[in-house]
Design a protein around this ligand. Sequence first.
Ligand SMILES: Cc1cc2nc3c(=O)[nH]c(=O)nc-3n(C[C@H](O)[C@H](O)[C@H](O)COP(=O)(O)OP(=O)(O)OC[C@H]3O[C@@H](n4cnc5c(N)ncnc54)[C@H](O)[C@@H]3O)c2cc1C
Length: 911
Amino acid sequence: MASLSRALRVAATCPRRSRTRGLGLRALTGQAGPAAEKSVPYRRTLKDPQGPSTVARGPSQPLPSTAHVVVIGGGSLGCQTLYHLAKLGVSGAVLLERERLTSGTTWHTAGLLWQLRPSDVEVELLAHTRRVVSHDLEEETGLHTGWIQNGGLFIASNRQRLDEYKRLMSLGKAYGVESHVLSPAETKALYPLMNVDDLYGTLYVPHDGTMDPAGTCTALTRAAAARGAQVIENCPVTGIRVRTDDFGVRRVAAVETEHGSIQTPCVVNCAGVWASAVGRMAGVKVPLVAMHHAYVVTERIEGIQNMPNVRDHDASVYLRLQGDALSVGGYETNPIFWEEVSDKFAFGLFDLDWDVFTQHIEGAINRVPVLEKTGVKSTVCGPESFTPDHKPLMGEAPELRGFFLGCGFNSAGMMLGGGCGQELAHWIVHGRPEKDMYSYDIRRFHHLLTDHRRWIRERSHESYAKNYSVVFPHDEPLAGRNMRTDPLHEELLARGCFFQERQGWERPGWFTPKGTAPVLRYDYYGAYGNRMHEDHAYGRLLGDEYTFDFPPHHDVIKKECLACRGAAAVFNMSYFGKFYLVGLDARKAADWLFSADVSRPPGSTVYTCMLNHRGGTESDLTVSRLAPGPQASALTPAFEGDGYYLAVGGAVAQHNWSHISTVLQDQKFRCQLIDSSEDLGLISIQGPASRAILQEVLDADLSNEAFPFSTHRLVRAMRLSFVGELGWELHVPKPACVPVYRAVMAAGTKHGLVNAGYRAIDSLSIEKGYRHWHADLRPDDSPLEAGLAFTCKLKSAVPFLGREALEKQRAEGLRRRLVCFTVDEKVPMFGLEAIWRNGQVVGHVRRADFGFAVDKTLAYGYIRDPSGQSVSLDFVKSGDYAVERMGVAHPARAHLKSPFDPDNKRVKGIY
Ligand SMILES: Cc1cc2nc3c(=O)[nH]c(=O)nc-3n(C[C@H](O)[C@H](O)[C@H](O)COP(=O)(O)OP(=O)(O)OC[C@H]3O[C@@H](n4cnc5c(N)ncnc54)[C@H](O)[C@@H]3O)c2cc1C
């Protein structure tokens, strides 16, 4: 028996093994490594004691010839998806598992479920999983899933970490998740074996717990089968048959196995680390990597029974209660990639590499000192999939209609399984998930990235290594940078631009007066023999952002904002998506796709939303009607019929593209969607002096009469504003970007023109009350709830996607409403804060920032009436409000209109 401290010593004295070689797969009963014993939990319930694969015996049931849906993979995600499909009434859904249920990653999971994460959607997903395993399944099947509610304890060793926990606690109040911030002494009373000498405090969540994989999957499949679903084990999928429909669209036709095929229009790829291989069968890119992930199980520890599970984020370790012992695991900076994913790996584990695992031992012993003298009973090191942004891959693949993903779960596939299974089922049955699943939707990634090996590998590595890092509001990745740059990149870098990364694009964040801050090649934080960058400007500036206070460069962003309000600022927004929608049916398509009337005379530009059939907002964008022309130019393609130019936020360009393409395919509109994002730059000049500056650069007459707000001209100059000022966007062919930018800067100097970035846009736009898609405007928010009724042509008779849902919502009354709050105390807020009204929590903040012209923090959140009534304007006006930040309630004022320039004078050029 090896004790943890002995393992530490062994690892320290052992010659270093290569981390990528010599780690062959081993069967459960394989050779012992430094840990003496390698039995694993659940062996008795799931492992075939005879050893060899049972696949040879053939499928556990005959295959049906057709199925409405085929789920591939019988792990947590496959079983949850099947169960929720059956619950939604899908008859005869089939799950095909290559070996036995849970035989991939699921069987050896630690099974921890923590209810609080820094995302409102994830809190809801986790709550659903918890409901399913702790209540629903038992009620439906009479089987106990193995759910244990022993509570969860998050450890804070410094103030910032405790601040993060306090943020979680405030968010939890909006969702009824009980949690308590404990002092070190209170923590000791709760967990007597814990060392609390170095603690700042803890967050205790009494209703957290642990899921049992075998019990959960058995109950899920039993409940699904009772509703008509079929589970077929020992049946590997070997191919996906695809057909091309009359409109040239690729669609799923059938699933092939060694034992026959099943015709189906819908496949769900829940194949865990094997999902990339299954994707390849269908020509679908699945951007994930497989890595080793491990924990060790200790011998019995006296007094540990009934203790809560522990996450010591600063030490990067977790301690899970396992009966009268602990499982100890964590996240390393040098995880081992599983380079050649084998398809002969059922109920398998890797040898634990103690060189890698040792880094967790010191932290674990420090937290629970009795571990130093406790033996290691077994080691559990298995494969798990990790993705570039540490979020799962879900939804319909852009390459193939009817092919859904439910994979890439970044060591959270048990706790997220129920919520995600439910959303996937909804997606398949109703065409959309119920919640806002944008962060998980495979269509969030730009198609250039989804098979870019370096990007996927670097980003997945960084995400793994930072899994337990504090989630700061303004963090940026260091991995996978400089993938996509625009012509102004070098120019702006030389002027002190601090870049942010969005979907591979480098976009300006803000401008430092302290010289240049280039992003360096990714150094893997020194892992795998890479030399770590020691001191570099970008790293230093990013490090300064690691705070929940105002960052040290708050005043730099203030200068950018106030220059824009007082003179003018230039924003490089070249990373925007720029699409043309043209063709014979383009007008019909535009009428159907866009909530606003965009079919105005050529030259007009309209701010509009695109909705889903439930009236949720899939996008907000500007649409410019084009004059018809048979000749192509640098700015307009040749087209017949009608034509529109669409400008959409760069981070969400792929999502917009996919949404439009899907609607065009579903409605069979005869038109083309053309992507010109890489051909055009976008330079925006905003502020009272913008007209004077541009008048020196452009030939056009820029007066209010000749160039009114919300119109555009060639070179495509659009009079628009994202920040609430007089301003123009110049959509310029890429080769012209640098000369145009230089001319603007030369003309602007005497007017006080400054460079500004997206941090200034964030602040200026919230101050003006403009929405940010995917923050205060999401697919689960309707434009009526978001105060954007003016973008909906409800007074016209024109049908549009989502119209019926909006009409119903209007008739029934709004159950929630987006409200602007200002907070007089100068405290920073970032979103997730709880909103109190008359002593009750009525919502949480979706988006917050500091507004420099109003000199206040502004926060936007949707509020509800706790009595369940609709939220009238009187309800909004009549309450006493406070916004709770880190457990402290700050008095707040609710506004029905933006507190800055409520009469919209400035965008009209009236100063
Ligand atoms: C050490 C460790 C600890 C963890 N701890 C936690 C935790 O505490 N909490 C938590 O929430 N998560 C945890 N996880 C993560 C969690 O276990 C996984 O995210 C989850 O089990 C993944 O489930 P899955 O269904 O996506 O994949 P899998 O369980 O791997 O299921 C995929 C299935 O697909 C099958 N398959 C593959 N190819 C084919 C084919 N061609 N035809 C048919 N079938 C096929 C496989 O046989 C497999 O059964 C942990 C993971 C590890 C490794």
